[in-house]
Structure formats: C-alpha cells, structure tokens
Design a protein around this ligand. Structure first.
Ligand SMILES: Cc1cc2nc3c(=O)[nH]c(=O)nc-3n(C[C@H](O)[C@H](O)[C@H](O)COP(=O)(O)OP(=O)(O)OC[C@H]3O[C@@H](n4cnc5c(N)ncnc54)[C@H](O)[C@@H]3O)c2cc1C
Length: 519
C-alpha cells in the first residue's frame, strides 16, 4: 500500500532518511519495519516561529519501490556516425541541448571557446588572486558555462514542472545529491558542480558526441538564408544541417558579429545595480531571531522586491554563506556576481540588488542601435573599473552609500581580489542609485537591521541577464533570417538561470531534430 503523508521534522532529522522512517511509523501507528521505502516529494523549511521542516512524502507500506520509478543513468544511443548538429557553447543550454540531440539520434559537435573544467580552475584561481583575467576562460566562459562556478541554485519560476524534473533527474544521474529532486529550494554548490559537468561530458563522449574546446565561433556559413555551419577564430569551418547557438549573456562578440553581418537583434530590458554583503550571522539573526543557528539549520536567505519611483527593485541571486566573485569577461570591466559551496559555510551573505531598466535609460547610447543597452552596460562596468584599474572593486558601507559619503574603512568581505573605498553614487547613474536607496529603506522595514554599517555594497552587478535579444520565430525557434540557427539559453534573451536555460536548450534541440535538413 502507498500513502502520502505530511511530516513535521526537527532540523536534525530533516536530511536523515533513516529518521523519516521512524517518524512516519509513529505518525501512521505501524512498526518501522512495515515501511519498505519512502519517496520524498517536497521538503521545505518554516522559520516563522521556531525553525521546523515539513516533508511531504509517499510511504510504501509492505511494498517496494517499482524498478521504473528509480533514478538510473539513462542509456544513450551510439550517435558517432549519425547526422551532425553544431552546438555552440557548453553551458547549461548547450549541454542539455547536446543530450537531447543524442536522445533523438543526432551527433552533437560542441564548440566551446573556453577550456575544460580542469584548465578553467587554474584561470579562476589566477583571477581570484587578482593576477590575470583570461578573456576566454573565466567565471562566464569555459566548460559548463556561467553555471559551473556558480551558486547552483536550481529553482526557477517556470511552471513546466515536468521539464524541470527531467533537468534535475539528469543532474542526479550525473552525480548531484538526490535531495535536489524534492528540496523546495534546491542548490548544488560550486564545489560539486564541476564533477557533475565533467560526468555529463563523459556521457556525451561515450555516446559519440564531439567536443572542441579553445574554439571560438566568429562567423556563420550561410547559403540562401539557411545556415550550413560555423567558422572559428582559427579559420576552420564546421559543417552541419543545424546550429544551436547557446553562447550566454557575456558573448558580446557574438552579438557584435551578428549585428555587423546584418542579422536582426533587439535591445532588451535588463536589471543592473550593486551586490550587497552582510555578515551571515546578521542575516540569521534577522530571519531566525538567533545569531547562532547551530549545526542543522541552513544559513538564512532572503528574497526582497519593491517598487521605487515606478520601477521594480529586487534582490537577485542571493547567496547565503557565499562569496562575491569577479565575473568580468574582458579588460576594463568591473563585474560582480555571487556563488557558494554546497555547505554554504562562508561567514558572509551576499545578493545582487538591482533596478529594472527600460528603453529610456539607454537613450544616450541610441547610436548603437540594438546594442544600445549593451553599450550602457559596458559604460557602467568601465566606470567602476576605472576607480581601481585592476581586479579590486569599488565598495562602500551600506550606511555611507545612503549618506553619499566615501567610507573611511570597510568591514571584512568574501571578495578575494580586494576592495577600494569609493562612493558608488559617483559610478551609477542617479536613476539607479536613487532607486536603490529607496529600496534599501523599504527592505529595512521588511528585515529590521538590513541597513547596517557592517553591510557593504560593491559594484557593478550588471550581468543579471542579457541586454540583447536574438529574435526567433515562435514556431521554428530559428532566427527569422537564418533557417537552421537556433538561438537559445540566456544569451538569446528567452531564458535566465541554470534550469530555464537548460530547458530552453532542450526545447531547441527537440525542434532542431524534428526539422533537420542536411547541410
Ligand atoms: C557567479 C555566477 C553565479 C550564478 N549563480 C546562479 C545560480 O545559483 N542559479 C542559477 O540559476 N543561475 C546562476 N547563474 C546564472 C547561470 O549560470 C546562467 O543563467 C546560465 O549558465 C546560462 O546558461 P547558458 O547555457 O545559456 O549560457 P552560459 O552558461 O553563459 O554558457 C555559454 C557558453 O558559451 C560559450 N561561448 C560564448 N561565446 C562563444 C563563442 N563565440 N564560441 C564558442 N563558445 C562560446 C561560453 O564560453 C560559455 O561556456 C550564475 C552565474 C554566475 C556567473
């Protein structure tokens, strides 16, 4: 017999399946030995009064979990001599597109400008020490894309739960802990993601896919409005009947190449602001009412949103127990983002705090046509970079930002390359900084103590999503001037975040496979 029940669990029991069995047996009034299996459906935390967990689970009484409901690594067909499809970019969109292509009997040829994870780790270490930025291998570029050294939060606002589950199951098949399948706020962590991405590459290689690292796409091969392949920076041509373009929000050279060659693009509203960092203990105290949360209660998080002078201002990519990282991809840019490890053990909590931007904000850059919003993003990143001229970033105590004064000194921070005291009001356009100030006042009402001299703001949180959309036909998912070119993932402007980009990659691969015409 199967039964669905809701259990209330103490923090020390929440992630211990052996304890679930005991708790369920008490609740159902049966011997623990009668429970053969428990399938957790949803685990969520309730911190309104005392911190407790709620577990919704399916209980198998006197019956085992059927074989077909277990998570096994899906066997992939051999596609080594099948029709090729080029996938540009090995981020979440590109990798999940490649897997979907293999499942449909096509051979993915994955072209990635960056290095494999091993090589990328070395470049990221140099960047964190403030020594060198490799424009082809950094927090955004390289195997796994921007998703590899990220926080690995996997929640998405997408309501297509079926597709979300298939993405999460694939991650579990490749080594992610299975709690991502039922946790209300699933999270992997930057220490675990590299192993999972490497395992996905191995599965694809075993099935006959090709990977070309250190290979940057610089042009398209086109005949009569139909794509026939791509050209790389070394002058090599790769031919295929379809090209999946999954180059992410930081591949500015791809937008520039398309614009130069006359392919339609559109400026796209995005959000920009700062990254705020608090001591984690302060956030724990505000959210849980206790600074010492003990061993079992997770580092507290928050999600804030408000309206300020007619615009949305919101927290973005909040990383409890996390680190602020340098996410620039080129010289002369100051860009911050956040990540955390699986245990969320850093003593800091950081989050983007960004203002929703509109067309009127980038009027000054109108001469750049569809790249106007991108030009504004570059301009602000460059203004921030000029403050230090190196890998340090401008920073200010939150209280000083509100008062418009340069901080005399700064509290400790997780940002490795270093901080330099500066008034961020002098970097950000006033339509952003003034709204941020209004929003911080509102957030302090919602979370008493949020405005604190122990909190800092850093600049610039600018790569929240892409400021350029690559148009695509809603039915064919192809660019209107380039049949067979499938722009997808975050860089296309139709997805944002790991899971939604992965789902978009999957969807594009399905359509590309169904409409395939050989080159
Ligand atoms: C530090 C950090 C933390 C983040 N944390 C989270 C999080 O917790 N949760 C979440 O959902 N999202 C997070 N994100 C965002 C998330 O990583 C992205 O939304 C996601 O990776 C987008 O996937 P994508 O495949 O569309 O693009 P990307 O991941 O950007 O991948 C694009 C790939 O294309 C390659 N490429 C670009 N141009 C070319 C070219 N010309 N030729 C060949 N290859 C090219 C790049 O090298 C890259 O590998 C984070 C991002 C960063 C930087």
């Amino acid at each position: 017999m199967r039964k669905i029940i809701d259990m209330r669990l103490n923090p020390s029991d929440a992630y211990v399946p052996a304890r679930w069995k005991y708790m369920a047996s008490l609740m159902l009034g049966i011997a623990p030995g009668r429970i053969y299996h428990i399938t957790p459906i949803r685990l969520s935390m309730d911190a309104r009064n005392k911190v407790v967990f709620r577990l919704k689970a399916e209980i198998f009484i006197g019956e085992h979990l059927p074989q077909e409901e277990r998570v096994f690594k899906t066997a992939l067909p051999d596609v080594s001599s099948r029709s090729p499809v080029i996938v540009v970019g090995a981020g979440p969109a590109g990798l999940f597109a490649a897997l979907a292509l293999v499942q449909r009997g096509f051979k993915p040829i994955v072209i990635e400008r960056g290095k494999t994870i091993q090589g990328r780790k070395y470049d990221i270490a140099l960047l964190n020490r403030g020594e060198k930025l490799n424009p082809e291998s950094n927090y955004c570029f390289g195997e796994g894309g921007a998703g590899t050294f990220s926080d690995g939060k996997l929640y998405t606002r997408s309501t297509k739960r079926g597709d979300v589950t298939s993405i999460l199951r694939t991650l579990v098949e490749h080594g992610a802990a299975d709690n991502i399948l039922f946790d209300a706020h699933p999270h992997i962590g930057t220490d675990k993601l590299p192993g999972i991405i490497t395992s996905m590459r191995r599965s694809l290689l075993e099935a006959g896919a090709e990977f070309h690292f250190n290979t940057r796409v610089t042009g398209f091969l086109v005949s009569k409005g139909r794509i026939k392949g791509i050209r790389d920076s070394a002058g090599n041509n790769f031919k295929a009947g379809a090209v999946i373009l999954a180059t992410g929000h930081s591949a500015h050279d791809v937008y520039e190449m398309m614009h130069k060659e006359g392919y339609a693009l559109e400026a796209r509203p995005f959000a920009l602001g700062v990254r705020v960092e608090h001591p984690q203990k302060l956030i724990d105290e505000i959210q849980y009412g206790m600074a010492d949360r003990g061993r079992y209660i997770p580092a507290a998080s928050y999600s804030l949103v408000t309206q300020a002078a007619g615009r949305g201002v919101f927290s973005f990519c909040m990383c409890p127990g996390g680190t602020i990282v340098p996410a620039a991809t080129g010289k002369g840019q100051a860009v911050v983002n956040g990540m955390s490890n699986s245990g969320r053990t850093s003593p800091f909590a950081n989050s983007g705090m960004v203002v929703a931007l509109e067309k009127s904000d980038w009027e000054e850059f109108a001469k750049h046509g569809p790249l106007a919003a991108l030009a504004m993003q570059h301009h602000i990143e460059h203004q921030a970079w000029k403050v230090t001229g190196d890998f340090r970033i401008p920073a200010q105590r939150l209280t000083d930002f509100l008062d418009g004064i340069v901080s005399v000194n700064l509290p400790g921070s997780s940002y490795h390359p270093g901080l330099l005291c500066h008034d961020l009001n002098a970097i950000l356009p006033s339509f952003i900084s003034e709204r941020l100030k209004l929003a911080f006042a509102d957030f302090n009402q919602k979370m008493k103590g949020f405005i604190s001299a122990e909190a800092i703001v850093t600049a610039v949180e600018s790569r929240t999503s892409t400021p350029v959309r690559i148009p695509r036909d809603p039915e064919t998912l192809c660019h209107p001037q380039l049949m067979g070119l499938y722009p997808c993932g975050e860089g296309s402007g139709y997805a944002g975040g790991i899971v939604s980009s992965a789902m978009d990659g999957q969807k594009s691969a399905q359509v590309a496979a169904a409409r395939y015409i050989p080159a």
